[in-house]
Design a protein around this ligand. Structure first.
Ligand code: SRM
Ligand code: SF4
Length: 596
């Protein structure tokens, strides 16, 4: 029998995720214990430290500068004007003054000190958002296509599924409400929202929750903007005309990997079954129960559901899900036998397209939405580009509803056509670029936060991406390739938070030069915009300053040998890494000869 990992013991002994969180919040230290750090994740917050200040503080004999990241769980990224404005206020008052739209349609606040943590999470609940289970070994934020197309009932239906999955798979423990919604200092028992009605016993999570995080996403075949194949459980809508007829259920996607460990790998989800729309909750519950009972609880590097599927094969996994259906039906409160005991094979429907939803679009109800690019999701005022002020002004004056996208952008929705010129004026006055004013490559690229907040970051990511994209833009223009549409996604470590492993170009931080401090990256090529193909390692340990020159021969080859409208990822996949490297070598020899 495998020994359980330390985190398993902490969860089991926590009494419904309480542990000593309340006591530690009340003391006057600047940080919390290791066990509380682990438990706080379930409440939506990570203890971090400012990595920029480490060296200087060490010189001064000081310890780490502890800060907390606070993550909102926002199913489908649906947010009201008051909520967005509330988040801006909270970030100004308690955080570092920025908001970060995440790759799962959430919002993160950074730089919250421990003394402000309770107020931050309390205030988030006051604006009727939540951080509960935004992190931790539970169902994470459910992602769903955010486009507010009102003339297509399917979009609204998908959002309703996202909301009901999020509610159903939320932990039943009342600890979140006890800790964050009543003031421990004054004993103020006033609740912002009532405690959940369910008893403390959690039929889905038990007392040890899941072995690892679990992620669900809902997409349309012609609009895979949420990367459905990267989810633990993907629901791909199968439609006939304007009706939703069911979902293809995809299982076992995930991006995290440890390159030095052959047993760790990123994976695209596998197509398991076709289900009727009304069977979503019981089938998803059965999948979660299988992962709960058979996921690896000894080794957290092997604990995601993709490894259960890898070990068993898809057929055995599917049979096990079928076996768990009666239990799942009972938990969901639906009559036994509601879901056929043998799940149907997947429908042939598959992902065909991707949208970023940027620019102005008619919603189908006479109103408009504007998809605004937010570079790497960071909402801030920075020199000439005063994005945060522009968004504050637009939300205050025009009161749009907001939708956050899984590419870290925002859709400003339900706007009257007459407001368009005024909104454009606000954006231009604040120096905010719109989708039409930036290059294709900048529009489609994104990066994870990495330094200085992420404790796992090896290299820079968000902070270096804008400059790198600038250099790539110059190279693409030089080669006449500026019109091409492809994704470049960067992360500061192999965990894959910006989903780099199915991008046309993925850049993954691997190490840092001991002398210069420059980050070195693995370059992956050959994924695609629609997220259905993994890429492959092209070059490893490339210093940041050489990434563009290392890509030059590949881009030239693409220019010379591209077939019709072949995308960069399709081209790399067709040619193959070996031949791409042969061409690269040949070009370098020619260049050397020219210099000689
Ligand atoms: Fe992530 C851990 C940021 C989406 C895979 N992720 C982290 C932490 C919390 C670092 C940590 O554990 O100490 C990062 C916080 C950094 C900071 O300072 O903010 C972090 N992940 C993010 C965000 C903010 C990246 C972004 O650019 O937006 C995303 C928050 C999403 C949200 O709102 O819930 C984010 N993370 C993802 C995704 C993409 C997705 O879900 O679509 C992935 C890949 C998919 C997957 O889960 O496999 C992802 N994050 C990871 C992993 C690797 C998991 C694994 O199976 O190995 C870790 C590390 C871990 O869990 O041990 C991680
Ligand atoms: Fe941190 Fe790595 Fe995720 Fe980037 S990919 S946010 S560096 S864990």
């Amino acid at each position: 029998m495998d020994k359980k990992s330390k985190v398993e013991h902490i969860k089991e002994a926590s009494g419904g995720l309480r542990g000593s969180i309340a006591e530690e919040l009340a003391n006057d230290t600047d940080h919390v214990s290791d066990a509380t750090t682990k438990l706080l994740k379930f409440h939506g917050t990570y203890q971090q430290d400012n990595r920029d200040s480490r060296k200087e503080r060490r010189k001064q004999g000081l310890g780490k500068e502890f800060i907390f990241m606070v993550r909102n769980r926002i199913p489908g990224g649906k947010i009201t004007a008051d909520q967005f404005l509330g988040e801006l206020d909270i970030a100004d008052e308690f955080g570092d003054g920025t908001l970060r739209i995440t790759t799962r349609q959430g919002i993160q606040l950074h730089g919250v000190v421990k003394g402000n943590l309770w107020n931050t999470i309390h205030r988030i609940n006051r604006i009727k958002l939540s951080t509960q289970s935004a992190c931790g070994d539970v169902e994470r934020n459910v992602v769903c296509c955010p486009a507010p197309l009102r003339n297509n009932a399917i979009r609204d239906q998908l959002q309703q599924y996202a909301d009901s999955i999020a509610t159903h798979l939320r932990p039943r423990a009342r600890s979140y409400h006890e800790i964050w919604l009543q003031d421990p200092a004054t004993g103020d028992k006033q609740q912002v929202v009532g405690p959940p009605k369910e008893p403390e016993h959690d039929p889905i999570y038990g007392n040890a929750y899941l072995p690892r995080k679990f992620k669900t996403g809902i997409a349309l075949c012609d609009d895979n903007c949420i990367d459905v194949y990267a989810q633990d459980a993907g629901l791909l809508a199968v439609t006939r005309g304007d009706s939703l007829v069911g979902f293809n259920v995809l299982v076992g996607g995930g991006m995290g990997t440890t390159p030095s460990n052959d047993n760790c790998f990123p994976a695209l989800a596998k197509r398991m079954a076709f289900i009727a729309p009304e069977h979503v909750l019981p089938v998803l519950t059965a999948i979660v129960l299988v992962q709960r009972d058979f996921g690896n609880r000894a080794d957290r590097n092997q604990a995601r559901m993709k490894y259960v599927i890898h070990k068993w094969g898809l057929e055995k996994f599917k049979s096990k899900v079928e076996e768990y259906l009666p239990q799942a039906e009972s938990i969901c409160g639906v009559p036994a036998g509601t879901v056929p005991r043998l799940l149907t094979d997947p429908d042939s429907a598959d992902v065909t397209r991707h949208h970023d939803h940027l620019g102005w679009h008619e919603q189908g109800d006479g109103n408009w939405f504007l998809g605004l690019p937010i570079e790497n999701g960071r909402v801030k005022d920075d020199g000439e580009v005063r994005l945060k002020s522009a968004l504050r002004s637009i939300f205050e004056r025009f009161r749009p509803s907001g939708r956050l996208t899984a590419q870290q952008n925002i859709l400003l929705c339900d706007l009257a056509e007459s407001s368009r010129p005024e909104i454009e004026k606000v954006l231009s006055k604040h120096g905010v670029p719109t989708a039409d004013s930036i290059s294709h490559v900048r529009r489609l690229s994104f990066a994870c936060p990495a330094l200085p907040t992420c404790g796992l970051a090896i290299t820079e990511s968000e902070r270096v991406m804008p400059k790198l994209v600038g250099e790539l833009e110059a190279e693409l223009s030089r080669l006449g390739l500026a019109h091409e549409q492809f994704t470049v996604r960067m992360t500061g470590c192999p965990n894959g938070c910006a989903r780099p492993y199915n991008a046309d170009i993925g850049l993954v931080g691997r190490s840092v030069d001991g002398k210069t401090g420059e980050g070195k990256y693995t370059i992956f090529v050959g994924g695609n915009l629609i997220g259905t193909r993994m890429n492959a390692v092209y070059k490893d340990l490339i210093p940041m300053s050489q990434i563009i020159s290392e890509l030059q021969p590949l881009l030239l080859y693409y220019k010379l040998a591209q077939r019709d409208a072949e995308t960069l990822g399709d081209f790399c996949d067709r040619i193959g890494i070996e031949e791409l490297l042969r061409f690269d070598g040949e070009q370098r020899e020619l260049d050397d000869a020219a210099v000689a």
